[in-house]
Design a binder for this molecule. Structure first.
Ligand code: ATP
Ligand code: MG
Length: 441
């Protein structure tokens, strides 16, 4: 019997992706690159080779109808030789193909009907057009379905602003069992140069950046800080002499209810340093960590979110440290312009970023968090930053910008750098326990 071929010659980027896949994968590509093609072929390959009992693989698009429109016909076309030879059965109503040699099933799903996936055991899934998929479908349905037999997942799509896709892409870069790749239209060779030029002329700059150059930031005009600006800030580094005249400031964002991440963020002038990020610690432990940092780094001001940090603030004061409480919801120093203190701090931070601020490379999700909140103008023409609650709703519980809040706290009030004489006096008073108020807060 002559071998059956599937008639697939992967493009060079497709071959690279097929070869480098890990258990979890986020692959970012421009429009018309061949994403869906790659997804279908990866799934067929998995079905053909799987040796597990009753394997199930899935292809998921944001809507079931969309999955059917973009993948069903192509899947059957690719398998036509196997279907004709009776090696694959097509269950049209279930959008499922069954591979007879091992019983593997390949089924199409839509994120608009996550219930169809609940309780299933999945051995692998491709999530196409990730940017339009609701995050909870991944978190609450697919992830548990992959757990039984350590199934794999491939997220593939074109950017569409800040959402599950961008979130996964940036988070994945830090995790060793995740593979990430990004190919723009200039990397894949999938589109002729002439066609790229034509698209550039006919599309808005924003749409071209998003659809062809895979720019996650080219979606929202209402984003306070663009990802590009955050990434530029992560590439800048200052020498000590550049910042030595600036005050050292600590921002402390204690964990809030239902969230276990506490952040201590040091910044000196244009340079923000790598934050200390702690999980699941209580107020006393956090206060001890802040106290250590104060002792070793001698900041001129420490700003702590009062909403969640009352216990930390009390403890630090008890230990003799001068700290400033910041009420995120409180009145801004410029109330005509800003709805509340938090908006004002974030806007000051946004100006700092575009005027040369430098942020640490690590953790990489900092850049994403900075680019997450949007803003609006209210009836009083005040700027109002998207609340944490609304961000959580938009990103389905993930994406709480604690790191961003930590850094924003360092902009709570202007801090002036003390003269050497003032510094010496502060040191003496601190040693003798006589420092009663912070002159720089
Ligand atoms: N390896 C390949 N060999 C030949 N043709 C291919 C290959 N990969 C993709 N194509 C063709 O290129 C076109 C675009 O592919 P596909 O639909 O997979 O791209 P996409 O990135 O999913 O596009 P979109 O952004 O519109 O979703 C299709 O006509 C497809 O058949
Ligand atoms: Mg596609």
């Amino acid at each position: 019997m002559s071998p059956i071929t599937l008639d697939y010659q992967p493009r060079s980027w497709q071959a690279r992706v097929h070869k480098r896949l890990k258990r979890f994968n986020v692959v970012v590509l421009h429009r018309r690159a061949g994403k869906t093609e790659l997804a279908i072929m990866e799934l067929i390959d998995a079905c053909l080779k799987c040796e597990l009992e009753m394997p199930l693989f899935g292809y998921l698009a944001p809507f079931r109808n969309q999955a059917k429109n973009i993948a069903w016909g192509r899947l059957k076309h690719r398998l036509r030789a196997l279907i004709a030879a009776g090696l694959c059965a097509v269950l049209e109503g279930d959008l499922t193909v069954v591979f007879k040699h091992n019983g593997a099933e390949l089924r199409l799903f839509g994120a608009d009907n996550p219930d169809a996936m609940r309780g299933l055991r999945l051995d692998g899934i491709v999530i196409d057009e990730v940017a339009q998929v609701k995050p909870e479908v991944w978190q609450e349905v697919i992830q548990p379905a992959l757990a039984d037999r350590e199934g794999w997942a491939l997220f593939i799509g074109t950017p569409k602003g800040i959402n599950l896709f961008s979130e996964l892409y940036y988070r994945a870069q830090k995790q060793s069992d995740w593979h990430t790749a990004l190919f723009t239209c200039h990397d894949t060779g999938a589109l002729p140069k002439r066609e790229i030029e034509r698209l550039r002329r006919n599309m808005s700059q924003e749409a071209f950046s998003r659809e062809l150059l895979c720019d996650f930031t080219a979606a929202g005009v209402d984003q306070l800080i663009s990802l590009i600006d955050a990434e530029d800030a992560a590439r800048r580094v200052y020498a000590l002499r550049d910042i030595s005249e600036s005050p050292r400031i600590l921002g402390v964002d204690p964990a809030r209810f239902g969230d276990d991440r506490s952040v201590i963020f040091p910044r000196q002038g244009l340079q923000a340093f790598e934050p200390i990020v702690m999980h699941g610690i209580d107020n006393m432990q956090l206060a001890a960590r802040v106290a250590d940092k104060i002792e070793s780094w001698q900041p001129q001001a420490v700003f702590i979110d009062a909403g969640n940090g009352a216990g930390v603030i009390d403890r630090l004061r008890q230990l003799g440290h001068q700290v400033n409480e910041v009420d995120f919801g409180g009145k801004a120093a410029k109330p005509k312009r800003f709805r509340n203190r938090r908006t004002e701090m974030w806007c000051t931070m946004a100006e700092w970023i575009v005027s040369g601020g430098s942020i640490p490379d690590d953790p990489p999700e900092l850049r994403l968090e900075l680019a997450t909140p949007t803003y609006t103008f209210n009836a009083q023409q005040q700027r109002e930053l998207e609340s944490k609650k609304d961000i959580k709703k938009r990103l389905a519980g993930s994406g709480s910008p604690d790191l961003g809040d930590g850094l924003a706290l360092t902009f709570a009030s202007p801090v002036h750098k003390p003269t050497p004489l003032e510094e010496a006096r502060t040191r003496t008073r601190r040693r003798s326990g006589r420092l009663e108020h912070n002159p720089y807060g």
